[in-house]
Design a protein around this ligand. Structure first.
Ligand SMILES: Cc1cc2nc3c(=O)[nH]c(=O)nc-3n(C[C@H](O)[C@H](O)[C@H](O)COP(=O)(O)OP(=O)(O)OC[C@H]3O[C@@H](n4cnc5c(N)ncnc54)[C@H](O)[C@@H]3O)c2cc1C
Length: 502
């Protein structure tokens, strides 16, 4: 049986001819090498005033190396069964990140895959492909609601999910509008939000900008699914959900300063591997075919859909946060021992505080899994993430502060690898910069890991990400309060105060 016949034997009978042909081209999960090749697609990425090739520019080489390693895990004997399954459509192995869970067991299998991505990257890569794949799971789950607006939207979503799953598509998203003037609205100035400027028989033309798109230079597609200004019902052109390739003509990707580039002899083990980039996206009249449009003009549906789309991805965000916290705890604990402060009461208090955050996050993950429910779309989704979302943003800065407090000046002052190799300096370093039960080499590397994680520009970016990526912190906390069912406790208190207190 040749390869095509073999594939035909597993084709799903419900797929139409066009889709069946597409499945022939699908290759399932990427190898690292194939992933790099897939990025040579003519995308327009700008960094520091120049157009760059992301597969060759040094700012991306460390992260690309890590992504290659992670993609390759999907093919390895140790991880294959836990990260992928066989597609009933193509017969290829596809990522569990795109699995549409209909049972609690399938949900647990999805989370096991997520734990692998996050643990392997030390909780440092918020936008590993596993995150946005789960937004596409949410989009699929919302398909019937979208179909009520236009049956084509439902069809498009089903096909998009299949396309992403079968081609192992990595996605970025850009929800926010440009930070121009938050006291004004796009009604005052349309350039403040992305909008549809024209509709044709083939698709829509979009114009404007979006921020921030983490991983954009190394993603395959961008998913646009809400503008914070969607509530402007009198201006429907601002409500658009769609997906498009990063190489779309007219799309410019502007990168921020690379934290991975200022690597000196002091070395930055995390910045050099996990600087996943955040980008502004400029859409200069970009064409999006109708097949990739999922919602237009309906702000009420956009409002309802936002939390539905994010339901699985936000849980994945907590898996990542858990692994980030574990990494910080490990570093803080070793640092405290390396300078002999680990038995001091104040230090133990801070280590205990950090452990509390790790433990609360572990328990929150279990609780959200325990509260999993069947959605209208027929899938098993984790329980509400609202409380853990607000909690994580609240402690985001405190957890890095603890590491800085425990390490104190050592976080700043450490010898570089070149210093360690200098015969003239070496005796001094061994005498004055060693630690308690640890040689100067290991001690300085341990502290340089801490510097990278909590003090240098990369570490500050990670901290800011943790605080802001779920959107406005204050708004999220207020939503939690407003959605929390307080009726019965308020009634009890009212009855308590209905008569004189004794
Ligand atoms: C490292 C990093 C990575 C990110 N990656 C992504 C990504 O991949 N995709 C994505 O879509 N987004 C991403 N974001 C964006 C993130 O969602 C936003 O930072 C967040 O929603 C806040 O919006 P803003 O940064 O535009 O702040 P602004 O909205 O401009 O707010 C600035 C300040 O003003 C306050 N403020 C704003 N409006 C009001 C108001 N009406 N009343 C009172 N106070 C107000 C805010 O609380 C804040 O203190 C990322 C952010 C960071 C920092």
């Amino acid at each position: 049986m040749d390869a095509i016949q073999k594939k035909q034997s597993v084709f799903h009978p419900q797929l139409d001819y066009q889709l069946q042909m597409e499945m022939h081209r699908a290759t399932g999960v990427f190898s690292g090498k194939a992933y790099i090749e897939s990025l040579k697609d003519g995308r327009e990425v700008w960094m520091d005033g120049r157009k760059v090739d992301v597969t060759a520019h040094p700012a991306f080489s460390g992260l690309l190396g890590e992504l290659v390693r992670l993609y390759d895990l999907q093919h390895s004997d140790d991880f294959k069964e836990r990260m992928t399954s066989v597609s009933p459509y193509s017969g290829n192995r596809v990522s569990l990140s795109y699995l549409l869970p209909t049972t609690k067991e399938q949900l647990a299998a999805k989370w096991e895959n997520s734990h692998i991505w996050m643990e392997q990257s030390w909780g440092q890569l918020p936008r590993v492909p596993d995150f946005m794949s789960n937004v596409v799971v949410g989009l699929y789950d919302f398909r019937d609601r979208l179909g009520r607006i236009d049956p084509r939207f439902r069809e498009n979503v089903i096909r998009y999910h299949l396309y992403c799953q079968e081609h192992n598509i990595s996605i970025t998203h850009a929800i926010g509008d440009p930070q121009i003037d938050r006291s004004a609205t796009p009604v005052d100035d349309p350039d403040m939000a992305l909008r549809v400027v024209r509709e044709t028989s083939d698709g829509i033309i979009i114009r404007g900008a979006k921020q921030l798109a983490t991983l954009a230079p190394l993603a395959h597609e961008v998913l646009i699914y809400m503008s914070p200004n969607f509530a402007l019902r009198e201006r429907p052109e601002f409500v658009v959900w769609c997906a498009l390739p990063m190489a779309s003509p007219g799309l410019k990707i502007l990168c921020r300063k690379a934290h991975s580039l200022h690597i000196t002899g002091h070395s930055h083990p995390f910045a050099s591997r996990y600087d996943e980039q955040d980008a502004m996206l400029f859409f200069d009249d970009v064409f999006v075919p109708w097949e990739r449009v999922f919602l237009l003009h309906d702000s009420q549906t956009a409002l309802e859909g936002f939390s539905r789309l994010n339901a699985w991805a936000l849980y994945v965000g907590h898996i990542r946060f858990y692994h980030r916290l574990l990494t910080l705890l490990g570093v803080a604990s070793l640092i405290s021992k390396s300078i002999g402060v680990n038995n001091f009461r104040e230090i133990q208090n801070m280590l205990g505080e950090l452990t509390t955050y790790v433990e609360m996050t572990r328990l929150a993950l279990l609780a959200m899994q325990q509260e999993a429910y069947l959605t209208e779309g027929g899938h098993v989704a984790p329980g509400s993430t609202l409380g853990p979302d607000a909690y994580a943003a609240q402690v985001a800065e405190r957890v890095t502060e603890i590491v800085r407090e425990i390490g104190a000046s050592g976080i700043i002052m450490q010898p570089s690898e070149a210093d360690l190799a200098s015969p003239e300096l070496r005796p001094l370093l061994e005498k004055y910069m060693r630690g308690k039960g640890i040689e100067v080499d290991q001690k300085s590397r341990l502290f340089r890991v801490a510097w990278d994680l909590v003090a240098d520009s990369y570490g500050v970016r990670q901290e800011m990400y943790e605080k802001w990526y779920r959107g406005n912190v204050v708004r999220n906390r207020i939503s939690l309060y407003n959605q929390f069912d307080r009726a019965s406790i308020e009634e009890r208190i009212k009855s308590l105060i209905a008569s004189p207190l004794r």
